[in-house]
Design a protein around this ligand. Structure first.
Ligand code: ATP
Length: 202
């Protein structure tokens, strides 16, 4: 399935996340994956609230959108979808992929995610349908070196040979709260928004 796309087919990498805030890891990995897997476009899809992250302090949708826009500006191959972010409650990847298929009937989709997502993947809604619609590209993530594809999903998971980037939004939020610098961790244009709007200070 992965190799069946012809040259003219639009190849779209679907990159979902909370992006609370977006960080240099997101940006660098999305760029590398696009190049290495010959994707035409990486579609960033910020979610309203992850069904698995119910406790973390979440910046407003408008703030996260502004940060992602600022972080990805000038990258012609990156676009942002608002398909999930304004939804009330949790959004599910499988529903998003169905909507994307309607919008792009002929595109070939890949779902891109960090390796930390693999252990819980079989608990996502309709995981078989997800990988059928968008086989996974997985990048290495600190602490998850051994995480394997869930049983039965192996052939739908491809590991990207990208460097390990030890950054997380959680760590960045904690640093800001503690008054420490996050320069070099967050794209400068997104950092400006964090500072201007006083995000994550408490
Ligand atoms: P948090 O710390 O709040 O859980 P996060 O840093 O994991 O956030 P998300 O917005 O949840 O960021 O990430 C979106 C996607 O990017 C997920 O698939 C996640 O696995 C992946 N990802 C984020 N940071 C990295 C990283 N440093 N290396 C590899 N993958 C990453």
């Amino acid at each position: 399935m992965v190799g069946s796309a012809t040259e003219s087919v639009l190849r779209i990498g679907v990159f979902g996340g909370t992006f609370n805030p977006p960080h240099m890891g997101h940006l660098r990995l999305a760029g590398m994956v696009r190049e290495r897997f010959g994707l035409d476009r990486v579609l960033w899809i910020p979610n309203s609230r992850s069904p698995f992250k119910t406790g973390a302090k979440l910046a407003d949708a408008a703030d996260r959108l502004a940060m992602i826009r600022a972080a990805t500006e000038g990258e012609a191959a990156f676009s942002i979808s608002e398909i999930e972010i304004w939804q009330r409650g949790a959004s599910y990847t499988v529903d998003t992929l169905r909507k994307l298929r309607e919008a792009h009937p002929d595109a070939a989709f890949r779902l891109i995610a960090g390796r930390d997502q693999l252990p819980g993947f079989s608990r996502w809604r309709e995981p078989e349908e997800i990988v059928r619609r968008a086989p996974l590209i997985v990048f290495p993530r600190a602490g998850y070196e051994q995480a394997a594809a869930p049983e039965g999903f192996e052939k739908y998971v491809e590991f990207a040979d990208t460097p390990l980037i030890d950054l997380s939004s959680t760590d960045i939020r904690e640093r800001i709260r503690a008054g420490r610098s996050v320069r070099d961790m967050v794209p400068p244009a997104a950092l400006e928004i964090i500072e201007e709007r006083g995000l994550y200070r408490r």
